[in-house]
Design a binder for this molecule. Structure first.
Ligand SMILES: [Zn+2]
Length: 459
């Protein structure tokens, strides 16, 4: 007996949590993600799981994005005693991302209390930095491609997904069945070498973030250079909301290339994140996960921590200093969907000035400030205040870490035989439906779009 229940990333992109029950008693949670974006989903971060956390046997994490691992501290606080398996890259990133997430939640709660804009009195963090640090002891590193035995007859295997550093598909073998969880899937020809070919699978859980969208085909480099050049000529600055690991590192290398080619002016670049320095070090340490081109860039340019004109703001005072700059600069700061973090301070300050530009390089989940800005809202609420949006808003979809539907379809064609059933997860409802319809129509597979809290027997 094997069943699966969708506790997140069903009906929405975030909050990835797939509960697998073996023989009705033992339980594995694949991914332990935070809900982000619309409030009705975020509020679920405060709810308990349908199974008592101490009864949960194992967690397995596909990657370090917070919508896949950011709920682990909360699960640990509720009594989960581990282990939580993941790749070594995921563990390294989680060791900086989870404490940072706790820290940011404390900062946001403090800020809310100070300004008095929270409906809750006092506003509390979902978890603290200290609780996040405590949860790290549960992480257990698993090598790529080797089955890890959870118990006799149940194994997990981590297979490179090419999405971000450390990202994996998880192949679960139990009760004579194989279940494959894609987590998030990278693009072919990405810096991480793209997703691995699919193994033979009975049940597939397929992500659908870009289930109804394609990435632009044109080279993004000249576009980025043009945006930055024009903004600097107006005397404005460029704010790039970006996840603090991975995409930030790529952008930093790219900006250096563009400056050296003379494609854009040499203006100061700030990577503003409390973990900017650590994240860069992890990125440089895991070069084995990147393709030859990226490794070549690292060989050519060395460590950005030593570059002139590039600044890594780890401390809050340094971040405040950036806010005071009146000359054109580029600020790369998280969170990537402008749902929290230091980028909010930069946006609050730079959005009202029409000389500035905000450039989105990653997926913006429905309801996030990032999505509202992309939709052209005249104001956005930041820290309880309506901030007028006069800055230019630009999007460069080519930098996405997610495969689009065409790239997913090409990957699916690599299956030697169709899975018995494919469950579509991790997409807005319209994207998930479109992906499911396409797979059923073009491949003739048995497809089901997962619903929140729905439980399915894998017979
Ligand atoms: Zn991800």
């Amino acid at each position: 007996m094997l069943s699966i229940q969708f506790l997140g990333a069903a009906g929405t992109v975030t909050g990835s949590k797939h509960l697998v029950r073996f023989d009705g008693e033992r339980e594995l949670l694949v991914d332990c993600g935070l809900f982000q974006g619309p409030k009705q989903w975020r509020e679920k971060n405060w709810e308990a799981l349908p199974v008592p956390a101490p009864n949960l046997e194992w967690v397995a994490l596909t990657h370090a994005h917070l919508d896949h691992c950011g709920w682990l501290p909360r699960l640990a606080e509720s009594g989960f005693r581990g282990p939580a398996y993941c790749s070594s890259g995921t563990a390294e990133l989680a060791r900086i991302l989870l404490p940072d997430s706790g820290h940011l939640q404390e900062e946001d709660a403090e800020h809310a209390n100070y300004k008095g804009f929270s409906k809750h009195d006092p506003a509390l963090p979902l978890y603290t930095e200290e609780q996040a640090i405590a949860s790290l002891a549960l992480l257990r590193e698993a090598p790529f491609n080797q089955a890890v035995e959870l118990q006799s007859g149940i194994t997990c295997r981590f297979i490179r997904a090419g999405h971000i550093l450390g990202s994996s598909f998880i192949e679960l073998r139990a009760a004579g069945r194989v279940v494959l969880f894609t987590g998030d899937m990278g693009r072919p020809h990405s810096e991480t070498g793209g997703p691995s070919a699919p193994p033979d699978t009975d049940y597939l859980l397929l992500e659908s973030t870009y289930g109804n969208r394609l990435h632009p085909a044109q080279d993004p480099h000249p576009q980025l250079a043009r945006i930055i050049t024009q903004t600097a000529r107006r005397g404005g600055s460029v704010v790039i909301p970006a996840f603090a690991v991975e995409r930030t590192q790529k952008l930093i290398f790219l900006l250096k290339e563009l400056m050296e080619e003379g494609a854009m002016p040499r203006i100061p670049v700030y990577s503003d994140s409390p973990m900017a320095i650590q994240a860069m070090k992890i990125f440089l340490r895991h070069q084995d996960e990147f393709d030859e081109e990226t490794r070549g860039l690292i060989r050519k340019h060395g460590s950005p921590l030593d570059w002139d004109g590039f600044h890594f703001a780890a401390k809050r005072e340094e971040s405040v200093q950036i806010n005071r700059s009146r000359v054109p600069i580029v600020i790369v700061s998280s969170s990537g969907m402008a749902s929290g973090g230091r980028v909010l301070h930069h946006l609050a300050q730079r959005l009202p000035d029409p000389r500035n530009t905000v450039v989105f390089v990653g997926f913006q989940a429905e309801g996030t400030r990032g999505a509202l800005l992309q939709a052209g809202r005249p104001t956005v609420k930041i820290h309880g205040l309506e901030v007028p949006v006069r800055a230019k808003i630009e999007t460069l979809g080519q930098f996405s870490d997610h495969a689009d539907y065409q790239e997913i379809m090409a990957w699916l064609k690599g299956f030697a035989r169709p899975p018995r059933r494919t469950f579509i997860v991790h997409g807005e409802p319209s994207a998930a439906q479109a992906m499911g319809d396409r797979v059923a129509r073009e491949l003739g597979w048995d497809v089901h779009v997962a619903q929140y809290l729905e439980r399915i027997e894998l017979t």
